[in-house]
Design a protein around this ligand. Structure first.
Ligand code: NI
Length: 176
């Protein structure tokens, strides 16, 4: 296992569409997932996509910490793995979400995201998984899915006035 270097905004790997994983049970995918778990834990984030560790493959991890869970529809969960994920919104409704990203350290921004999404993909053993996510979980999944499509959260913002440094956003909030 290894802690991997995280690519930062400006690195081309973050702007490319990542490739499907052809062999779900390949040993290099298992070891990539292990390394990503270790890297996520070390970095203190809530999600990590393979392009962020310079691997242009359709794999991401996320978890819902107790402190971020938004109720019954959005229970806390341990690290979940999604390989070759598909995401689609459930309903049109979008809500503003405050996001950060390990590839854009020190900043936060308010991004419109769908309230609920339906997801499907495969777990780290190659078993199919699917479901509907709400709240924080829906938010983090959309953010990580975007990484697989070469999209960083500022590219989703409709008002860059709502982008700021952590300390200032914590102190003043985002402009309304
Ligand atoms: Ni990110």
């Amino acid at each position: 296992m290894a802690i991997l270097k995280i690519a930062r905004m400006g690195h081309p790997v973050l702007l490319r569409r990542a490739e499907d994983v052809a062999d779900l049970t390949a040993p290099e995918i298992a070891s990539l997932i292990q390394d990503m778990m270790e890297t996520l834990k070390d970095a203190g984030g809530v999600g990590l996509a393979a392009p962020q560790v310079h691997v242009s493959k359709r794999v991401f991890l996320y978890f819902v910490p107790e402190s971020r869970s938004e109720g019954e529809d959005d229970p806390p969960c341990d690290v979940q793995v999604l390989v070759n994920p598909v995401l689609e919104p459930v309903g049109e409704e979008q809500v503003p979400r405050l996001e950060g990203c390990l590839s854009i350290p020190g900043l936060r921004g308010e991004v419109p995201r769908y309230k609920r999404v339906r997801y499907a993909g495969y777990d780290q053993k190659g078993n199919p998984v699917q479901g509907v996510a709400s709240g924080f979980r829906a938010n983090v999944m959309q953010h990580e899915m975007d990484h697989l499509d070469g999209i960083l959260y500022p590219m989703r913002m409709d008002d860059l006035g709502k982008l700021g440094f952590d300390a200032e956003v914590t102190r003043y909030g985002v402009r309304t």
